[in-house]
Ligand binder design. Structure first.
Ligand code: NAD
Length: 473
């Protein structure tokens, strides 16, 4: 599979996708090592994962360089790679506490004479299928707590951004105890489908369309599928908000990682009273944003990672303009040195039937709708088949919360935007077509990887043979 460089447009890298047989052989190797991994206990696993964190730190220049080529952006790549050891350490610390606190002693049942003992059995083999927008973060977000729980893990990063796998493997090789239970696999849809057949629990992060296919395959394999899918996050700005501050928050939350983030703000609803000031400031700030071309070390946002997305976003903008929207700034996908770039694009006079409002937009696009009544804004925010996250900005947190609790989304940022990308202990369940299954954030992020086994002990007299006899009934 050829891999395109997002800055040059050239296909300058290639991977050999793992075949179904490769995936099954790998799965067998990991699975056979699982009892020993589980037997190390949470302390033993934490110590090994800590060595992995240190190996990543040693290899971070090579991993960051490869990820920078994968994604065409440097600062976000550095943040991703620097964050991984922190993610590992957060889970090794919290994981040990959580596992120690699991109720595993005998306790009386509500049924007389019966004592119960609960056991927590990790799924033997966990699988993750990851997207290309935050390749390092999203390849490890679920795998680390799964490993900490005692599962073995097979991870398939996206075929669009696979360059970082090689230096990650070099780091992993320095911790042989972990390399025995954790592996990366390269490939696309077919490899992903084979994985679903081979593992005991699948975590998928990606588009809603692919998520449905993953869910169907998981149903056939009768394994749990935890899905983190697309979003169309709304931001409501109430009339009590400071319009200039709100504009800065909205812009940052929309254009982070060039808008290629599931939880980026993609629809803005602003109160009429402050809409003029808000729009003037939003356009002013958007105009000042620079793309990081030609010098990757200068500028604020990178290219589209996946060229098809640039085509899709351009089509959404054309559709909006054809239906009457006005572009206040930005609007043209440019080809610079072979890469595809878009200046932050602010649109007004948008309608619910426009693709830019109805569909996910993976680009720095801010469609702004002006509202008169709060109820109207809430209804428009909820009129989406997505329910990932949302944001409300108001003069006080109380006012923001009063509106926030009426929004159908897994997480709502109050007086800020996209806080889910920074806050890791906020347990939340994605709603509607944005996801399925337990939360990846908070303690549930680890506890979901245990199956429960009940040992049911008879301490009294077992039922007599005649207990269910029909005689004399
Ligand atoms: P995608 O659905 O195209 O691909 C994701 C992964 O699925 C890739 O590894 C791909 O190889 C694999 N895949 C493709 N077809 C498959 C199949 N039939 N069976 C099994 N695996 C298959 O998603 P993408 O374009 O890489 O990522 C962007 C999407 O991810 C956006 O919709 C975004 O909102 C979403 N996303 C969601 C979250 C979240 O936490 N909710 C986080 C990041 C990204």
């Amino acid at each position: 599979m050829k891999v395109r460089n997002p800055r040059t447009g050239e296909f300058d890298y290639a991977i050999t996708p793992a075949s179904r047989d490769d995936v099954f052989a790998l799965a067998q190797r990991l699975r056979s090592a699982q009892p020993e991994w589980a037997a190390k206990g949470s302390e033993g696993r934490a110590a090994i994962l800590e060595r992995f964190a240190q190996a990543i730190e040693r290899h971070s220049p090579a991993i960051t360089d490869a990820l920078t080529v994968d994604t065409g952006r440097k600062a976000v790549s550095r943040i991703e790679v620097e964050g991984l050891p922190r993610t590992i350490r957060r889970w090794t610390a919290r994981g040990q506490e959580l596992i120690a606190a699991l109720d595993s002693g005998d306790r009386p049942s509500a049924t007389p004479g019966i004592m119960l003992k609960g056991r927590y059995l990790p799924y033997p083999l966990f699988g993750a299928i990851a997207p290309w927008n935050f390749p390092v973060v999203l390849s490890h977000l679920d795998a680390i707590p799964a490993l900490m729980a005692g599962c073995t893990a097979l991870v398939k990063p996206s075929e669009i951004t696979p360059r970082f796998i090689e230096p990650m493997r070099a780091a992993l090789a320095e911790v042989p105890e972990l390399a025995a239970v954790f592996a990366y696999v390269e490939g696309g849809a077919e490899t992903g489908q084979a994985m679903i057949e081979a593992v005991d629990f699948i975590c998928f992060t990606g588009s809603t369309a692919t998520g449905r296919k993953v869910a169907e395959a998981a149903v056939r394999a009768l394994i749990p599928a935890n899905l983190e899918l697309g979003g169309k996050d709304p931001m409501i700005i109430l009339e009590t908000a400071d319009p200039e501050k709100a504009a800065a928050i909205a812009l940052r939350a929309s254009i982070v990682a060039t808008g290629q983030a599931c939880q980026s703000i993609e629809r803005i609803y602003v109160a009429r009273k402050i809409s003029d000031r808000f729009l003037i400031e939003l356009v002013r700030l958007a105009n000042a944003v620079q793309v990081n071309y030609p010098d990757i070390d200068k500028g604020d946002i990178g290219p589209f990672i996946f060229a098809d997305q640039a085509v899709k976003v351009a089509a959404q903008l054309q559709d909006a303009v054809a239906k009457g929207a006005r572009i206040l700034t930005g609007g043209e996908v440019e080809t610079l040195g072979g890469g595809k770039y878009l200046q932050p694009t602010v649109l007004v006079d948008v309608q619910p039937d426009m693709a830019v409002i109805a569909e996910e937009t993976f680009g720095p696009v801010l469609p702004v709708t002006i509202f008169d009544a709060e109820e109207e804004a809430i209804a428009m925010a909820n009129a989406s088949h997505y329910g990932l996250s949302a944001a409300v900005i108001a003069g006080t947190l109380e006012q923001a919360e009063a509106v926030g609790i009426q929004i159908e989304a897994g997480a709502v940022s109050l007086n800020d935007g996209s806080l889910t990308s920074m806050v890791w202990d906020a347990t939340n369940s994605s709603q509607k077509a944005s996801g399925l299954g337990p939360s990846r954030m908070g303690d549930e992020g680890l506890l979901r990887f245990f199956r429960r086994q009940a040992l049911i002990k008879q301490t009294g007299k077992p039922l007599a043979l005649a207990a269910y006899s029909e005689n004399g009934s």
